[in-house]
Design a protein around this ligand. Structure first.
Ligand SMILES: [Zn+2]
Length: 208
């Protein structure tokens, strides 16, 4: 397993619709293993292939080690594999209700804001052997993470779903992602690393 290079906004691959996977071979298994390694080492609970520069419909999620009052340790420890789920060619086949919650994204380090999601979903996907699977999720971090990651496969980003576009713009410009200068001033990891530690707090919902 290897830690892959993360892709940061405004890289074009993040805005592209990813391609369907049709061959379930060793290269897909290796990609899935490397994506899990990258997600755990980046302290995330989800990761989609475009975020590591691969425009394919595969995403990985592991929310088993996170709950809200675990914020303290979330920042300090690299989460160990718990119950990872590998989704290939996922599709939401049923959705209802809505819930609002705080989200972050590994492709936008430091940026967090409220996003509205369906509160209950049913998802069809394939596993590493290509076998069809179905999963239901409601009202929790898994429900939110699946929707966030599937958006990445559609080339949609959580900034497009912010409850308050104003907060969204303020938050983005704070980290050099402001829409008017997204092109001019691409993301600057150094600027994040120089921030005083309080501003680098990683809420427990650091999605992929
Ligand atoms: Zn994300």
């Amino acid at each position: 397993m290897a830690k892959l290079q993360l892709t940061y906004y405004p890289d074009d691959i993040l805005k592209r619709k990813a391609k369907k996977i049709t061959r379930f071979d060793s290269s897909v298994r290796k990609l899935a293993a490397d994506m899990l390694d990258t997600m755990y080492q980046s302290n995330g609970v989800g990761l989609a292939a475009p975020q590591v520069g691969v425009s394919k419909r595969i995403m990985v999620i592991d929310v088993s080690r996170r709950d809200d009052d675990d914020r303290e340790s979330a920042e300090k420890t690299v989460p160990k594999p718990g119950k990872p789920i590998i989704f290939i060619n996922p599709q939401i086949i049923k959705e209802e209700g809505e819930m609002v919650g705080l989200e972050g994204c590994l492709s936008f380090p430091g940026v967090f804001f409220e996003v509205k999601r369906y509160s209950s979903i049913v998802v069809r996907y394939q596993n590493l052997a290509g076998k069809e699977q179905k999963i239901e999720a409601a009202g929790d971090l898994l429900c939110r993470a699946i929707q966030h990651e599937i958006d990445h496969l559609e080339g949609e980003l959580f900034i497009d779903k912010a409850v308050s576009p104003l907060v969204d713009q303020l938050e983005l410009s704070k980290y050099g992602f402001g829409s008017d200068n997204a092109e001019q001033a691409p993301f600057n990891l150094e600027s994040i690393q120089q921030l005083p530690s309080t501003e680098k707090v990683v809420p427990s919902v650091m999605l992929g």
